[in-house]
Design a protein around this ligand. Sequence first.
Ligand SMILES: [Cu+2]
Length: 346
Amino acid sequence: MARLTRRGLILRGAPVIAGAAFVGARSSSAAEHHGHAVAVADAAAAEPHAGHADMHGGFQGAVDHAANGFDPHVILRDFDAGQTTRLASGRTLRTFELVALEHDVEVAPGVTFPAWTYNGRIPGPTIRAREGELVRVAFANGSNHPHTIHFHGIHPATVDGIGGQGGAIVAPGGRAVYEFDAAPFGMHLYHCHVRPLAEHIAKGLFGAFIVDPKDGREDADEMVMVMHGVDTNFDRANEIYAVNGIGFAYLERPIQVRRGELVRLYLGNMTEYDPINSYHLHGNFFEYFPTGTSRVAAELTDTVMQCQGQRGILEWRFASTGRFMFHAHQSEFTELGWQGFFEVIE
Ligand SMILES: [Cu+2]
């Protein structure tokens, strides 16, 4: 079979995703480094254009979320508050535990990827603290490669997670503790900061870090989406695009929201190998708060783009019931997995 490229995936239409293609496209040096073959289920090659297959392009069937060990629908509204204790000063100490692991993840129907994860999921846990609290993250490296956690936010140089004086690189089996103030309030990100950075991040070592304002925010149906790509053949270009680990997950099963209820979406971009990603909402406009650090919206729009590492908070309400799409407005990204539906119910 001819070498598979992501553009080829789109242009050649539905039946192109056959197992041999992904495996054949993988370079031997990459294979050696990653230590796994990329397996693609036979089902992906069969029955083009059946059922909703048109919207999936050539991706057929359903992802086995149980086998993956995580479900994007759970990740969507799963905020990790950690464990709290009160310090002598009266301040709250919020403790989290993260472990780096290596395991296969089915990132789109029939496409298995040898991922690196924090806590067995992509993205890692959505760490959530309140402005002014002390955050302590205990990190254990349960993988075969050196890793760190680098947090966005305001913190001392020694816990920056970049190696050397900036917080040691954690060898396989090693541990580290990152401790810093929760500041500033907003939507932040964290990721591994070991070279080659793009690879460590693209393999899945990233997550969201939310700091709530001292006085909180208005009640809302809150969710988190981290946009990213998956380089399944290690050619430094993405073959799959997703939010929260799995391509097409919210297309397969729409996200239910209530008509009239405030939706608050914490959106971040950890896409490697493409300079930007974007979020477009159908049939509605949202208020956009870049980085979530101001209470005043910067924009009322239906499309926002983010460079890698950028993030923000989106707020809106649906006035009517029905299914509304959301997706990257880069059409290639959409067709390669980054699309979904909100299903608005009464
Ligand atoms: Cu790493």
